[in-house]
Design a protein around this ligand. Structure first.
Ligand code: ASP
Length: 316
């Protein structure tokens, strides 16, 4: 059976000319390194779930992306991360929200899925569970990133939040710091035809009150079902939550018989646009068909499959 790995590193106002050559190269290398890691797992007969977790871990370790090491700062100057994971072969899922000092949030999401008896753990309770599972707490300094810090300093005295993409300023805030990082995600179809999806993020710069977006919410930011598709989303989380984006794509395939591409297009380019929500998703089905779909100017993205196809792209 064919196998496919698809990744994203965030969607937003990513336009030609916005990145300099060096930045373009860093993103290209970052995405390619993540694809390498997961593709090898699939090539060696590994599971879609393992490929997704290890691929996302590589992206979380790369400060270019708003997840793990590169997570943005909250109103209080902290790094609070959200992540989720779903196994399409058995509908098992695990997620964490508002968690600090965890090097690889996606790995904690897998622990939640496999060993907690729950689906979604948050804050200090999730950290306590991580310690019980033998995970070590990573010091705050590991998550310090000057660009992220400067990006936060610019708006910390306001009540504005900011998606981590150039120009994606919410509530009319006019600062345009020009940082172009994003949430990360991966979806995979392995040679057994099993699907998995995962998403990991630092959320929004200057977020307050324990704000949580779509990324750790199963059905909104992440969903996998072997009979339909595996989806990981990125964009303005409040809209993705209200539109239940990932599950909606799956439902359109399951109940209306839409193809993967048609289902993604209907949700992202029609329904979400009408609601005013900006962003995109990556998708794969059990035959190895894949899609990148976004209504924003660009999305950091990549794909490698057993047919020998490879994609790394940023712009629309
Ligand atoms: N969807 C994420 C959130 O709202 C942000 C992103 O994808 O960039 O937390």
């Amino acid at each position: 059976m064919p196998f496919t790995l698809v990744i994203h590193g965030g969607a937003g106002k990513i336009t030609p000319g916005m990145l300099n050559k060096e930045e373009e190269q860093k993103y290209t290398e970052g995405l390619a390194a993540a694809l390498d890691k997961g593709y090898k797992i699939l090539q060696n007969g590994g599971t879609a779930l393992d490929a997704v977790v290890d691929t996302i871990s590589v992206l979380e370790d790369n400060p270019m992306f708003n997840a793990g090491r590169g997570a943005v700062f909250t109103k209080k100057g902290l790094n609070e991360m959200d992540a989720s994971l779903m196994d399409g072969s058995n509908f098992m899922a695990g997620a964490i929200a508002g968690v600090r000092n965890i090097k690889n949030p996606i790995q904690l999401a897998r622990e939640v899925m496999l060993h907690s008896g729950h689906v979604l753990l948050s804050g200090s309770g999730a950290a306590e569970f991580a310690i019980n599972q033998g995970m070590t707490m990573t010091p705050d300094e590991y998550f310090f990133n000057q660009q992220r810090y400067d990006q936060w300093v610019e708006i910390r005295d306001t009540n504005f939040t900011q998606l981590d993409h150039k120009g994606d300023n919410l509530k009319g805030h006019s600062a345009d710091p020009g940082y172009k990082f994003g949430t990360v995600g991966a979806v995979a179809c392995d040679e057994q035809g099993n699907l998995a999806a995962g998403t990991s993020t630092g959320g929004m710069t200057n977020k307050r009150f324990g704000r949580i977006g779509d990324s750790p919410v199963i059905g909104a930011g992440t969903y996998a079902n072997n009979n339909t598709c595996a989806i990981s989303c990125t964009g303005h989380g409040e809209f993705f939550l209200r539109a239940v984006v990932a599950y909606d794509v799956s439902c359109l395939m399951e109940y209306k018989g839409l193809s993967l591409k048609d289902a993604c297009a209907l949700v992202i380019k029609d329904k979400l646009v009408k609601m005013g929500g900006e962003g995109g998703l990556i998708a794969v089905d059990a035959k190895g068909n894949y899609d990148f779909c976004f209504n924003s100017a660009g999305m950091y993205r990549g794909m490698r499959n057993s047919e020998g196809e490879e994609v790394v792209a940023f712009y629309g």
